[in-house]
Design a protein around this ligand. Sequence first.
Ligand code: SAH
Length: 346
Amino acid sequence: MAFDILNFSPSDAEAFMTELGEPAYRGKQLYEWAQKGVPVKDMTTFSKSLRERIAERGDVFLPQARRKLVSAVDGTVKYLFELRDGQLIESVVMKYEHGSTICISSQAGCRMGCRFCASTLGGLIRNLEPSEMLGQIIAAQNDLGIRISNVVMMGIGEPLDNYDNTLRFIMLANEKDGLNIGQRHISVSTCGLADRIRRLADENLQITLSISLHSADNEARKKIMPITNRYSVDELLAACRDYFKKTGRRISFEYTLIGGENDSEAHAQALASKLHDYFGKNMPFHVNLIPLNEVKERGFHRGSRESVDAFKKLLGRLGVNATVRRRLGPDINASCGQLRLNETVN
Ligand code: SAH
């Protein structure tokens, strides 16, 4: 099977062209065409015969938009992309004043089994390649005619369950002659693979690490997030503390509020006291509250606005400042936990 040229770094592209008997600058050209999402047949600075020789080996396989939904409320765009083997994933582009952010998928499906999330309903199908993660950004940029400046790995899949490809993606997205997206503009979100968080701490990255915590009580968390059976809340928070110590990067804790499940006063107290236990009073972290987005197969409910406000206020009184995440694309099911592998509108 032909390889995807988008997996190339600039030096890989150079080595490849040299191997074809071409001068090194052709490698730079190949790299730049690929980063624009141009298929080999349209790389017009190359002769037809060179294009043919390249295409025998590899090509640029951008994800194809099968459906595009634009929110009438806030302009958020959701794509259903088809990958070269027919697998489907979703990506979401959010426009803010300071630039555009894309939420990309890292796997087709997911095997983490979080009880409230749509993305894991059908289990894991396969990991995405780095090229397919880059491809989501390039395809969206080309379609919208904009530059995307921020990436959050918060779409379908668990990025740390696809560790090597995620890491390579970050390096490739960072390339000066490529997308040139700074590491500080990339967030990796995880449901809590503590051993991988420890590994990530040694990679010397400037990315933002987001932890989907959703409960600080071990038994309660087990009920909604099976990964807790593998890594307890304490193991997870210890890994987060060490991550912060090594990298100096503030961690972002995500807390999805599920009505009657993890939104009581006792849950807020448990959260504040755990965070204080592990991080002291200086709070080198940020807490993001996400009112549940309902997924019809899941049977969980969003609490009232008042319950969300009360949770936030209580956290504040306990010395933990939190923000409530604004819900984007409410009319197109583009919000956290609603991305899935097909065209179902829940
Ligand atoms: N697997 C990674 C990346 C997914 S990020 C992770 O778990 O972090 C998607 C975020 O949305 C996670 O914080 C996830 O827990 C949250 N989420 C999932 N389902 C949700 C739902 N129904 N409502 C609100 N947030 C949800």
